[in-house]
Design a protein around this ligand. Structure first.
Ligand SMILES: N[C@@H](CCC(=O)N[C@@H](CS)C(=O)NCC(=O)O)C(=O)O
Length: 217
């Protein structure tokens, strides 16, 4: 069975959401971020610095997958692989769609995630005394242009590729989600706001988040 190394409270959410959409069964092998404090550290034996896990992923990050002996890292790359392998409407129907899905994914990784993660850290995730509002505000400023690009791309059909829900929507939505503590970005981009609400109302996303909420924090 497919193994996903990681936690619900990590970027493994991307792979878990997709697997639930595809109906692909998986075993979640809990691996905790080494720099994390709190209940998860006590609950799960493996961390991202455990020698046993470093044999799987020498980069020392989660998620990784083991798909029948094929080890892959990078949450969004894993999703492109799983969507191609298991086919259906979530994956590319042809080389042109493959190109679009890869391009949107690379776009999210470079244009959105490095900034949206700073919004998450400095408006929500870090302890209050470690938050720097200036870092969060600068990240929001830098996200204005990519959000406008995404808003325009969604204007016609409400999805990114061929007017249907695909792995590209999951990959981009999971990077955009980190910026949810910046409502000003969503108010300025109503297509992005409506699209994120639509994809996050899918049963597979809701099931994944419900399990995430139950995981030790
Ligand atoms: N680009 C990587 C990022 C992986 C990453 O940084 N994961 C975090 C958790 S979401 C992690 O492993 N942090 C702990 C560590 O680096 O030791 C991906 O998308 O998979």
């Amino acid at each position: 069975m497919l193994k996903i190394y990681g936690l619900y409270r990590s970027r493994a959410t991307r792979n878990i959401w997709l697997c639930d959409e595809l109906g692909v069964p998986f075993e979640l092998v809990p691996v905790v971020q080494a720099d994390r404090a709190g209940a998860a550290k006590a609950a799960f034996p493996l961390t991202t610095r455990s020698p046993e896990f470093l044999k799987i992923n020498p980069n020392g990050h989660i998620p990784s997958i083991d798909d029948d002996g094929l080890i892959l890292h990078e949450s969004l790359g894993i999703n492109l692989y799983l969507a191609k392998k298991h086919g259906g409407t979530l994956g590319p129907a042809n080389i042109a769609e493959d190109g679009l899905m890869s391009t949107w994914t690379a776009w999210a990784l470079t244009e959105v995630e490095p900034r949206s993660i700073l919004v998450l850290y400095h408006r929500v995730a870090k302890p209050v005394e470690q938050r720097d509002p200036k870092i969060a505000d600068a990240a929001v400023e830098a996200l204005k242009a990519p959000f406008a690009v995404l808003d325009k791309a969604l204007a016609d059909t409400g999805y990114l590729v061929d007017g249907r829900f695909t792995v590209a929507d999951i990959n981009i939505a999971e990077c955009v989600r980190y910026a949810m503590a910046a409502p000003e970005l969503f108010e300025a981009n109503p297509n992005v706001k409506a699209w994120l609400a639509k994809v996050q109302s899918r049963p597979a996303f809701k099931a994944m988040m419900a399990k995430r909420d139950l995981e030790p924090g």
